[in-house]
Design a protein around this ligand. Structure first.
Ligand SMILES: C[S@@+](CC[C@H](N)C(=O)[O-])C[C@H]1O[C@@H](n2cnc3c(N)ncnc32)[C@H](O)[C@@H]1O
Length: 275
């Protein structure tokens, strides 16, 4: 069980732009997990914690015009942005978004798949959330989640303390907030606690080994979204770094000054089907 169910990264314009950077980095892995889970054209999909829409739009591409996707999120500004993107990208009625807290979502809707990315870790009782939404599935329905582990230590080699200490801050602030940064490692137990069949699980690491890697922007923007939480928990960046627009370049420069490569958060995909 996790502590604080509030979303530690907040609901600012900066955070919504960060989600889109993150969405570009993660898209290949989420797509791989969703396809491996069995998402196919014509299916109906419920996307929990849809943010500014990246996973819903990806699912909509997979299920095609005969399918249907509903993304739900309690952040009304994010939902409005997701709706705008779906319209601009021409998804028509394939994908819709609703403002609601997962706790409040009710109804007699039924889906072929329930999916989500980086949402279970923020729930007070993730197994309970899975149990609840499994009831929205048709027999044989798919449960597929993409989650993260931010706790890999010594992630640079040759060691780059500027990177390692900054990266470690992410996990520290998550722990302080009561959100488990190692949630990816808890997926099997969470599925079992929800009464689901044991999932297939895959993990991949995202390596930053060239200056064009988006990992630096992603990490810098994450730290910047976490600014209020870092303040609250009295956590600070390594000396010489600031939570401003130059942070990504400062991290990049420190890593490549010594020819290091770095490992970002480990990405976990877990999926199963209900009987
Ligand atoms: C890290 S973002 C991920 C967004 C999206 N899934 C993606 O991968 O781009 C987590 C999202 O979950 C939403 N969220 C977290 N807990 C929620 C809850 N209990 N009910 C509804 N939305 C929730 C937040 O508002 C936020 O938009």
């Amino acid at each position: 069980m996790t502590g604080d169910s509030t979303y530690v990264l907040g609901s600012t314009d900066l955070e919504h732009r960060r989600l889109m950077v993150q969405g570009r980095v993660l898209r290949p892995w989420t797509e791989r997990f969703l396809r491996a889970a069995g998402l196919r054209p014509g299916m109906s999909v419920l996307d929990l914690g849809s943010g500014v829409g990246d996973v819903s739009l990806l699912a909509a591409e997979i299920v095609g015009p005969r399918g249907r996707v509903l993304g739900v999120d309690r952040d009304p500004v994010a939902v409005e942005k997701a709706r705008g993107r779906a319209a601009t990208e021409g998804f028509g009625e394939t994908v819709t978004f609703e403002v609601t807290a997962l706790e409040d979502l009710a109804g007699s809707l039924s889906f072929d798949a329930v999916v989500g990315r980086f949402v279970l870790l923020y729930q007070r009782d993730p197994a309970d959330v899975l149990r609840k939404f499994t009831r929205f599935l048709r027999p044989g329905g798919i449960v597929a989640f993409h989650e993260i582990d931010l706790t890999n230590e010594n992630s640079s080699w040759p060691p780059c303390p500027t990177w390692d200490d900054s990266y470690q801050l992410l996990a520290e602030v998550y722990w302080a907030h009561g959100t488990p940064p190692d949630f990816g490692r808890r997926l099997n137990r969470t599925f079992l606690d929800a009464g689901l069949p044991g999932p297939e699980i895959e993990a991949v690491g995202i390596v930053g080994a060239d200056e064009g890697s988006p990992l630096f922007d992603w990490m810098a923007q994450s730290l910047r979204s976490l600014k209020p939480a870092l303040r609250k928990w009295d956590l600070a960046l390594p000396e010489g770094l600031d939570l401003d627009e130059g942070l990504a370049d400062a991290l990049r420069k420190a890593v490549f000054a010594q020819g290091s490569q770095v490992m970002g958060p480990i990405q976990y995909g877990a999926w199963t089907r209900i009987p």
